[in-house]
Design a protein around this ligand. Structure first.
Ligand SMILES: Cc1ncc(COP(=O)(O)O)c(C=O)c1O
Length: 471
């Protein structure tokens, strides 16, 4: 078969893909065996040099023979999400079906916001969103869209809430009367969205939280009074399922009841926790979400898709279409009322990656049950780790975990927690994170890799004791 000049060479594709697939397969297998160090980032300038990034951009020359050793080096300097000791962040250890979806989409590149620009990918997104709204227990008429991450999803929801509260804001801008009720523990993207929407960060009215930074439902009346006394009206209230720092869930039933009573848009940031809806054992943690006006769901967290694959979900899908009041005549006909074939009126993006393919492939291969089993495995193990840590002298946990996130500490010195984390990372044996809860510093683990075991955690506790003794 002849290849047109500058065209796609199937032979090259097959050669490079074979090298890449084999190298990645080795890398992931090695990572999940735990037989290699979990690693830690090299200083940035050094890494740029080691990977010859500048010279390769300038001179090119990455031939198939050079590609393999270069790729091995690149992988060595990448975070090993499948490693048992990789317990730092919330990005899931991706599963094979989503990786394959990316491999395919990387080649056929379907910018699917408009149906005709990627029919199969578009159809997958439609059906995935429909499936998600059903998991939330929402009635017909619910709708949504996939977007590049939870932060953009929160922004999109709040834009829809703003359109509901102040329909003229799109054309006339916003006045200073709107507010968003949210706890200080809310993900930073909520506060950032409020500022980006032109409301000003001060429009966030803090909700009272308990010692675990969960919203105190009994104090909601006070917050509403504070809001009204400041001359503002709430356009939304944001609760978490679950909170980024602690992995704990707000009481969605009580908060939802309050919102219904006062006619306030109830938004649940379920970026991390929504996948628990698939588990008969854990779905109760989200009880009350069925009454929410909107929710977000990151499949790239506990559904094990590659980044990014987030969903904006609204109980009444039409409210999302009211959020963006624009038409693009080169993509959709000005006079067409048929929004059925375009997602442009629901999302920030114009061109968008085939996000639905990642989620669809994961579901199609693993099924709801397979994903539920994965989630239950991680959630249940985290409870076991909580037991191990709580039983060990000198260690303390913030609370019994309700997800795969667990905060713990050794002693109470905030600086010690930071030093311990940094030293563990420098030793390249454990990668964990750290957070502040109610002004106190904790170490934080997020258990996403199936390879993480009790042995891993016992090793971590030994390492912490050793480092603290030498501190
Ligand atoms: C509760 C919550 N909301 C939103 C986000 C933001 O999601 P993303 O990183 O996909 O933008 C996160 C991410 O950690 C989160 O935990």
């Amino acid at each position: 078969m002849t290849v047109p000049r500058g065209g796609w060479d199937p032979g090259e594709y097959e050669r490079l893909a074979a090298i890449a697939v084999a190298a990645v397969a080795r890398h992931v297998a090695e990572s999940q065996s735990g037989d290699v160090p979990v690693g830690s980032p090299a200083p940035l300038p050094e890494l740029i040099q080691r990977l010859e990034l500048r010279s390769l951009i300038r001179d090119g020359g990455l031939e198939p023979e050079r590609f393999e050793p270069w790729l091995e080096r690149m992988l060595e300097h990448s975070v090993r999400l499948h490693h048992p000791a990789q317990i730092a962040h919330q990005v899931g250890a991706p599963d094979v079906p989503s990786a394959i979806a990316d491999l395919v989409q990387g080649a056929i590149n379907q910018p699917m916001s408009v149906y005709e620009m990627g029919p199969a990918a578009h159809a997958m997104e439609r059906v995935v969103v429909e499936w998600m709204t059903r998991q939330l227990g929402w009635p017909d008429g619910a709708g949504g869209v996939l977007t590049h991450g939870g932060s953009l999803a929160n922004l999109t929801v709040l834009l829809a809430a703003r359109a509901a509260a102040a329909p003229d804001a799109w054309t006339d801008g916003v006045d200073r009367t709107l507010a968003v009720l949210a706890p200080s523990s809310t993900h930073y993207s909520v506060r950032r969205s409020v500022a980006m929407l032109g409301l000003g960060e001060r429009a966030v009215v803090d909700l009272e939280v308990d010692e675990y930074e969960r919203i105190v439902p009994d104090a909601l009346d006070d917050a509403l009074e504070r809001c009204e006394a400041a001359g503002r009206r709430p356009m939304a209230l944001v609760a978490a399922a679950c909170a980024t720092s602690t992995g704990l869930h707000d009481d969605l039933e009580a908060i939802g009841a309050f919102c219904r009573e006062h006619g306030i848009w109830f938004h649940v940031d379920a970026a991390h926790g929504a996948t628990a809806l698939l588990s008969p054992v854990h779905r109760h943690r989200l009880r009350g979400i069925e009454h929410a006006d909107s929710a977000i769901w990151d499949a790239h967290k506990m559904m094990r898709t590659s980044t990014l694959a987030a969903a904006v979900l609204l109980r009444d899908g039409r409210r999302l279409e009211a959020a963006f009041r624009q038409k693009a005549s080169y993509l959709i006909y000005e006079d067409s009322d048929d929004v059925g074939l375009s997602l442009l009126e629901r999302q920030v993006e114009c061109t968008k990656a085939a996000l639905g393919a990642r989620i669809f492939m994961t579901l199609a291969f693993r099924g709801e049950e397979g994903i539920a089993r994965y989630l239950e495995g991680r959630y249940d193990e985290t409870v076991r780790f909580w037991e191990l840590i709580s039983a060990r002298e000198g260690f303390e946990c913030l609370s019994r975990p309700e997800s795969n996130i667990l905060c713990f500490r050794y002693g109470r010195d905030p600086q010690l927690q930071i030093r311990l984390r940094e030293q563990l990372l420098a030793e390249k044996r454990f990668h964990l994170s750290s957070t502040e809860v109610n002004g106190e510093r904790w170490l934080r683990m997020t258990v996403t890799a199936p390879a993480t075991s009790e042995e891993t955690i016992l090793g971590l506790l030994d390492a912490i004791e050793r480092l603290a003794a030498a501190d």
